[in-house]
Write a protein that binds this ligand. Structure first.
Ligand code: HEM
Length: 429
């Protein structure tokens, strides 16, 4: 079957492209408009790429069942991230983000989260104002780096320097600021390569202080048989890819969860009173509403996609996709508002009128469902509980924060600084 061929051919959306190829003000709004004009299954030809979007209940269910060998999430992710990350960070990796959740790992990450929280709370002091998303990002950096780069990387000047370097190398820019990716390519990743070299230096200095961090020990072991110079870069690149791939969505999700709790004082009081099960549902609900993910599968060999009305034969080269913000928050079903009672444990139960339960999700469906979901919910629950039991928190934002408009992928990043006022509960007069 010829490259990019789709039989029968669905309607092709005219005059739109995706934000890494053409200037787009609001990527999600453009695709919503295309859906309104062309129906629930349509094609977007953007740059040199062809995308087959589907939003029908059967189409989305078929999407989640596509076999990885023929329609690959791994390849789609790689094609996205390489817009920001130089190839050397992908080459020869021995410990991958998918191996972060073996038995015992989560417990060790949560211990590190507790330590990271203590440190951030100490830095915050008695009272003040802080950008919610900057705070949660620092927490993510500190917990992640102590878990997979050893405690030497999570404190003091080394930590501050690593944060700066990782912020420059942030792979999430490929979907949060897709409009900036042409400049990255034009500069041949110069900025990113400098940041990566800095990370290798900093991590090499911090190495050797493992103190029983299970994942860091596993990474070190994977390179133990190599000469010093190869080991140094190998370990650092493993750590860097894991850190980049794992933390930034969780950090943003935590930010939205705090914003939503502050906006809903009765819910905040319930979390403060220690209702962990409810806090977990609050976290799921905040993630659902903040989802901006393009779910994508790159077709490697011919595959069929049934959208309920038509079965399409899709040739290699095409990316089959759906977009969570268009299915997760349908206003006619009331799904655009925050309500943790829509969840029973980790199941979305407000499905009346929804064509398929798979149209709504926080962590995905099918084989590729996020392996980090239990950890992420536990981490969010722990952080929300710790912050609301330590501080009185108040909104410093004048209206509910909005996502970066060009963002297409991952959990929304706030377009603007989102100040939160805090005062230690014990220091209230
Ligand atoms: C609140 C935070 C997070 C959210 C909302 C989230 C969401 C998701 C979603 C929706 C998927 C499925 C994507 C698809 O089917 O195309 C996914 C997959 C994945 N996530 Fe997460 N995630 C989060 C945190 C993390 C963390 C902390 C890690 C750590 C490594 C992680 C690692 C992964 C991996 C490795 C996959 C791919 C699984 C596979 O292909 O089989 N995620 N995530």
């Amino acid at each position: 079957m010829p490259r990019n061929q789709i039989t029968p051919m669905p309607p092709v959306a005219e005059g739109i492209g995706l934000p890494w190829d053409v200037p787009v003000v609001d990527a999600v709004a453009e695709l919503a408009a295309a859906r309104a004009s062309y129906g629930d299954t349509f094609v977007v030809d953007s740059g040199r790429d062809r995308y087959l979007f589907t939003f029908t209940p059967t189409g989305v269910e078929s999407f989640y069942r596509l076999p990885e060998a023929q329609a690959s999430k791994g390849v789609a992710d790689y094609l996205m991230l390489r817009r920001k990350l130089p190839d050397e960070i992908f080459d020869g990796r021995r410990t991958l983000p998918g191996t972060l959740f073996r038995k015992g790992d989560v417990a060790s990450y949560l211990v590190n989260l507790e330590l990271a929280l203590d440190e951030e709370i100490r830095e915050l002091g008695e009272a003040g104002s802080v950008d919610v998303f900057a705070l949660t990002r620092r927490l993510g950096h500190r917990m992640g780096l102590s878990s997979w780069a050893g405690p030497g990387a999570a404190n003091g000047e080394t930590f501050e320097a690593l944060v700066r370097a990782f912020d420059a190398l942030d792979g999430a820019d490929s979907f949060v600021h897709p409009d900036a990716m042409q400049a990255v390519a034009d500069a041949d990743y110069a900025h990113e390569r400098m940041a990566l070299a800095r990370i290798v230096d900093l991590l090499s200095d911090a190495a050797g202080q493992s103190e029983g961090q299970v994942l860091f020990d596993r990474i070190m072991l994977a390179w133990a048989d190599e000469p010093e110079a190869v080991r140094r870069t190998g370990v650092a690149h493993d750590v860097a890819l894991i850190h980049i791939a794992s933390m930034s969505n969780l950090a943003s999700a935590l930010g939205w969860a705090l914003v939503d709790l502050i906006e809903n004082p009765a819910a905040l009081a319930r979390v403060r009173a220690g209702d962990q099960e409810f806090a977990g549902r609050c976290a799921l609900e905040s993630v659902r509403l903040a989802q901006r993910s393009i779910m994508a599968r790159t077709v490697l060999s011919p595959v069929t996609l049934d959208d309920g009305g038509t079965t399409y034969e899709v040739g290699p080269g095409t990316t089959i996709a759906t977009l969570l913000p268009l299915t997760n928050r349908t206003p006619s079903l009331g799904h655009h508002t925050w309500d943790p009672d829509r969840w029973n444990r980790s199941r979305f139960i407000d499905t009346d009128g929804l064509g398929s339960p798979e149209l709504v999700t926080s962590f995905g469906h099918g084989k590729h469902t996020c392996p980090a979901q239990p950890f992420s919910i536990a981490a969010m629950t722990m952080t929300m509980t710790k912050l609301v039991t330590t501080f009185d928190l108040a909104a410093g934002w004048s209206s509910y924060p909005v996502p970066v408009p060009a963002q297409i992928g991952g959990v929304a990043r706030s377009d603007e600084v989102c100040p939160m006022d805090y005062r230690k509960l014990s220091s209230r007069t």
